[in-house]
Ligand binder design. Structure first.
Ligand SMILES: Nc1ncnc2c1ncn2[C@@H]1O[C@H](COP(=O)(O)OP(=O)(O)OP(=O)(O)O)[C@@H](O)[C@H]1O
Length: 702
């Protein structure tokens, strides 16, 4: 018999053959990759240009950097215009810090030379020593001050840049229509912090390049340095840099196939607060401990250290040996030089040569590291700007709605042979197929039908959240897609079952229905009363100014000591969230719709079962007020309850399996004894079979 569990974690350290193995690199497969295991990790390594010592990769990356020049120019100009003075000063200080090493070398070489001269002549030149020491102190002081100023500038500039790109990304994302938003491929992977990372990283790369260039020039011109020494000192860092190919620089995918490791992780995840109730009630504490221990024992010595670390361990020691030998070249040069020109040699020159070699080695190694990062920074900038090129899948129209200033208060809706499947279920079952119906302006339509029959989908198409795949949907005689989307939205109010409360005040949550009067306290309170939320507002001390779920910024650190009880108390009171019940939330959302109806622009009101959590009286009151407030406008109510609404309906549309099963008035549909009558009778029977008390709520009779 099959099992649902990954049982026997202990005997499953060795896993079955990975099905991905068969994708191993083939010569003609552009996307090929190879599979390697490191500890508990399986790494799929993408193919890269093969070149000796990674030189090809390096050139390739620089190529991509130069190709991105126009984009980088835009990026820097955009940041520059945020605060030109601050940006220029920041960049100047960055470059200045780049010369830090060469200035350090210069100052200490001067000091060493003066000391040596003093030692040789038997009497130190006090004046020169004092001057050199003062120069060194001045340089160190200036350096520290420059660093301090840059730290301050960096904190401000970073926030400025991040906010600027947060705004950019927010605008790019907010303009997406529903299908685009739901399409994962259109989601930007960029973040505002990447923007700052790119700016800072690129400035740092320039700083390092400047620093290395100045060191190379300085050292090659020194008496105790020279071009040959400079060349030899460069060999080791260049070799190390070119052979430096850590995992993070390679295109790769990491995952773990190890059942024991995965089991350990999932049991550990089960300790989270949200599972605690189920764990206690299910009495599975003992099982969890045993399972964890079994998995732990099965893993034995297999390493689960970060895969980057394990990857580096895997490389041949020959590279390290060669690099270390290359590092000895400057020493060999000194020895040779000392043997050939013993008169030119001194302790100072040896100290200086050593300093030069160390400094160059460090600076050049940093350059290779930074170079690897530069191409990532450039890619980040590209991804950032790509966010604005995502095209909406729905095309906006250019006709104003309404087309004329007619007195018609309602919206005429014609649907002809419409079919539609949700983007993520394309090619599978359609949510609607061959739907045709007509709701005249000012009519009250009630849509009924079983779960999943397509009622909400119909509303979503009328509200142009999606476009039909086939057929025509006309508003006031013109295809909906011909109208400007913003105009259509302004003329519609949709109250559905899945609205959310925003992390704003209660008043704002209502006021958002009519932006121009959002701060009109009187109007907000009146809308709250219509939505049945007036009593709720009074419940909170801050009334409409209450924030239910304030944005949380507060946190405390190291407050466990008794001494910090007061601070802990303050933290507990800060940014406290408040709760409302499901029914109260629906009342607040309904109040927002009443606010929207008050805008005076509404020609269509769609109400899609917004009352699932309301008590019967609340639901009755809500529907009555909605009908009264939207009198004369077209109204579409989606409901499962056959009650007072169907009595008032001009047309009832009965949906079944994505199609209109039938439509007509209540009387007509009951007389037809079709799907509507069947659904109606299911409810009616429940009432007629119940006792007399329940019969009070009996549905309307035919
Ligand atoms: N966002 C979505 N993505 C994919 N399929 C969806 C989505 N929303 C609805 N569907 C599917 O479309 C079909 C019609 O759903 P719809 O929500 O219109 O039904 P409904 O009649 O309003 O149902 P209910 O009475 O349960 O609210 C269902 O098969 C449903 O699973």
């Amino acid at each position: 018999m099959g099992s649902f569990t990954q049982n026997g974690a202990s005997d499953q350290v060795d896993e079955a053959q990975d099905p991905l193995d068969k994708h191993e690199a083939g010569d003609d497969d552009a996307d090929a990759y190879t599979v390697q295991d490191f500890g508990v990790w399986r790494v799929l390594l993408g193919r890269e240009p093969s070149a000796p010592f990674g030189l090809g990769v390096l050139l390739d990356k620089w190529g991509s950097v130069t190709a991105a020049y126009p984009l980088l120019l835009r990026f820097f100009l955009e940041i520059y215009t945020l605060d030109p003075h601050m940006v220029l000063l920041y960049m100047f200080l960055m470059l200045w810090e780049g010369t830090d090493s060469v200035l350090r070398l210069y100052v200490s070489s001067q000091l060493l030379k003066i000391i040596e001269k003093g030692l040789r002549e038997g009497r130190p030149d006090t004046r020169a020593v004092v001057q050199a020491v003062l120069a060194r102190i001045a340089f160190l002081t200036f350096s520290a001050v420059a660093h301090w100023i840059r730290g301050h500038l960096s904190a401000r500039l970073q926030s400025r840049v991040e906010r600027h790109f947060e705004d950019f990304l927010l605008r790019a994302e907010l303009r997406h229509d529903m299908p685009t938003f739901q399409d994962n491929a259109s989601k930007s992977q960029a973040s505002a912090s990447d923007a700052w990372g790119a700016f800072e990283g690129l400035c740092e790369a320039a700083q390092r390049l400047f620093g290395v260039a100045s060191q190379l020039v300085f050292i090659s011109q020194q008496e105790s340095g020279g071009p040959v020494f400079t060349l030899l000192a460069v060999v080791r860092p260049v070799l190390t840099g070119l052979t430096f190919r850590p995992l993070w620089m390679k295109p790769h995918v990491v995952h773990s196939e190890n059942v024991s490791y995965r089991r350990m992780r999932s049991v550990k995840a089960m300790a989270a607060a949200k599972y605690r109730g189920d764990i206690i009630l299910g009495n599975i504490v003992g099982w969890m401990s045993n399972e964890f221990r079994r998995a732990r024992d099965a893993l034995g010595n297999l390493s689960s250290k970060h895969v980057s670390y394990l990857y580096v361990l895997n490389r041949t020691p020959l590279l390290d040996i060669t690099n270390n030998w290359a590092g000895e070249l400057p020493t060999l040069y000194w020895l040779l030089h000392a043997m050939l020109h013993p008169e030119r040699f001194s302790v100072t020159s040896i100290a200086l040569l050593q300093q030069y070699a160390t400094s160059l080695n460090f600076a050049l190694q940093r350059i290779f590291f930074i170079t690897a990062l530069v191409s990532k920074r450039v890619a980040d900038v590209r991804i950032l700007y790509d966010a604005e090129h995502v095209r909406n899948q729905m095309v906006d129209g250019d006709t104003a709605y309404p087309r004329d200033a007619s007195d018609a208060k309602g919206m005429d809706i014609e649907i002809e042979d419409v079919s539609f499947a949700y983007p993520e279920t394309k090619a599978k079952d359609s949510a609607l197929h061959g739907v045709s119906l007509h709701i005249p302006a000012g009519a009250l339509a009630v849509v009924v039908g079983a779960n999943g029959s397509g009622k909400s989908t119909l509303i979503k198409l009328i509200a142009r959240m999606y476009d039909p795949d086939a057929g025509a949907l006309r508003l006031d005689g013109l295809p909906i897609a011909r109208y400007r989307l913003a105009d259509v939205r302004r003329a519609q109010a949709v109250l559905a079952q899945d609205h959310q409360l925003f992390p704003l005040t209660l008043g704002e949550n209502i006021g958002l229905g009519f932006l121009e009067h959002m701060d009109d306290a009187e109007m907000v309170l009146a809308a709250a009363a219509d939505g049945g939320a007036a009593a709720l507002l009074e419940k909170f001390a801050d009334g409409p100014r209450t924030e239910l779920a304030p944005v949380t910024t507060a946190y405390g650190v190291n407050l466990n000591d008794e001494k910090h009880k007061a601070l802990k108390g303050v933290l507990r009171k800060l940014e406290k969230t408040a709760e409302v019940s499901g029914g109260e939330k629906q009342r607040l959302v309904a109040a927002r719709t009443f606010m929207r109806i008050r805008s005076g622009n509404i020609k269509l009101l769609c109400v899609d079962e917004p009352s699932s959590a309301l008590d019967p009286q609340g639901e009755f009151d809500l529907f009555e007020r909605l009908r009264a407030t939207a009198e004369g406008k077209t109204m579409i109510f989606v409901t499962h309850r056959f009650g007072h609404l169907t009595k008032h309906a001009d047309v009832i549309i009965c949906m079944k399996e994505g199609q209109v099963a039938e439509s007509g008035t209540h009387k007509e549909l009951i007389a037809r004894s079709g799907e509507y009558a069947r659904l109606y009778n299911v409810q009616a029977r429940a009432f007629s079979e119940a006792g007399p008390a329940e019969q009070v709520a009996k549905p309307i009779s035919s």
